[in-house]
Design a protein around this ligand. Structure first.
Ligand code: PLP
Length: 386
């Protein structure tokens, strides 16, 4: 007898990020491959979860998340962006932004539907879409000047297009969509039934005086928009698996069925941690996280520039794409492995964010590290210049 794996699983590949994290652990290196925010979690968030466990809040919750968290999320959108959201009808809490995206796409997509994704893309978006059997069409966002190929977008839209997925700020390049660009997107989609899903997990990591504009704040996009976001990055709790989607009531009803099927509910006591964090952390907390990461961006990109690995200095998120063509190797993977071997610093091959495995000559570095570790990574990288 021989048990066989499914045909559908062959569409899934180990992510390059996981691959490089494993290689980094083996080499005992500094992991700038994985997008983990290394700050300590806020005391409020920790206390909220700890107290909930002590209070015995350890059983299943509603599949859509507890109402106190849905209300706190709605209040956040009102306080930060002046957007009004109904916490009952319009918020689904899930197992991270990843879970929220997956459940939402299950609710929206049938096999054979077409979905438009911008390239470079976040690999989980592509894998989720492919795993659901939809055809993905790609539109370019230039790495060098962040230009969106709107005429390419217009051409990519067909009668089968069900949704467009954006990531704003964009992992890996750090592009932050302007209001003009979002308006243009609204104009292009006007008159269609195409949904816009915007992954805004890096909404609070925006630099240089730029401003994050949620798609629900754009009148021409509001009706068709779904926001996916979460707490992994802003509260430094990537392992807690807490995120959410803001979505129209009809879609929410369907998405919650999948949220229930796959996760049953988000982790009960950890939801209480997010509630306390949202209620008690003021604007200054969010501003300080952004300022700290801007300082890290400037330090790290300065070093990349100095050693001849020219970076694309990001406007948002916490990654820097850098030109690694001076590093020996036949392709991106060989180059980043070489860099890991020489310096003990792990990054992700740029090709992980593109369809083609051809040489992009770029690597992505996550600079959301604690300052001493970031400084050590900078010191090590400068060795390649010596
Ligand atoms: C664009 C994007 N979306 C979602 C996630 C994952 O978020 P979560 O931990 O909330 O699932 C990441 C993590 O790197 C990301 O870069």
């Amino acid at each position: 007898m021989c048990i066989t794996v499914s045909r559908q699983q062959s569409a899934l590949h180990q992510s390059a990020i996981r691959f490089m994290s494993i290689a980094c652990a083996r080499a005992g290196g500094i992991n700038m491959a994985q997008g983990v925010c290394d700050l300590d979690l806020p005391r409020e968030v920790e206390e909220g979860a700890r107290q909930a466990i002590l209070d015995g809040f350890n059983i299943y919750t509603a599949a859509e998340g507890v109402s106190s968290l849905r209300k706190a999320i709605a209040k956040k959108y009102s306080d930060h962006y002046g957007i009004s959201i109904d916490p009952g009808e319009g918020v689904m809490v899930s197992a991270g932004a990843t879970g929220a995206f997956y459940a939402t796409m299950l609710a929206l997509i049938d096999p054979g539907d077409e979905v438009i994704l911008f390239e470079p893309f976040y690999g989980y978006h592509r894998s989720t879409l492919e795993s659901l059997g939809c055809r993905v069409r790609y539109v370019d966002i230039s790495l060098k000047d962040y230009h969106i190929d709107f005429s390419g977008l217009e051409k990519a839209i067909t009668p089968k297009t069900k949704a467009v997925v954006i990531n704003n700020p964009l992992n890996p390049s750090g592009k932050v969509f302007s209001r003009d660009e979002l308006d243009e997107l609204g104009r292009l989609l006007d008159g269609s039934n195409i949904a816009l899903i915007s992954d805004e997990i890096y909404e609070h990591f925006v630099f240089g005086g730029k401003k994050h504009i949620p798609v629900l704040d754009v009148p021409s996009l509001k009706k068709r928009s779904i926001i996916v976001s979460g707490f992994s990055k802003i509260f430094s709790i990537t392992g807690w698996r807490l995120g959410y989607a803001l979505l129209p009531a009809r879609i929410k009803e369907a998405a919650v069925k999948y949220n229930d099927l796959i996760y049953v509910c988000p982790p009960a006591p950890l939801q209480a941690g997010a509630v306390k964090g949202l209620r008690e952390l003021g604007m200054d907390y969010y501003q300080q996280v952004a300022a700290e990461h801007e300082e890290k961006r400037d330090l790290f990109c300065g070093v990349l520039e100095k050693i001849g690995l020219t970076p694309v200095v990001p406007d948002g998120a916490y990654y820097a794409m850098a030109d690694i063509s001076p590093i020996p190797g036949k392709n991106d993977l060989e180059k980043v492995m070489n860099l890991l071997e020489k310096t003990g610093v792990a990054s992700v091959p740029g090709s992980a964010f593109y369809r083609s495995n051809d040489l992009t000559g770029m690597a992505r570095f996550c600079f959301a590290k604690k300052m001493p570790e970031l400084e050590e990574a900078c010191r090590r990288l400068q060795q390649i210049q010596a």
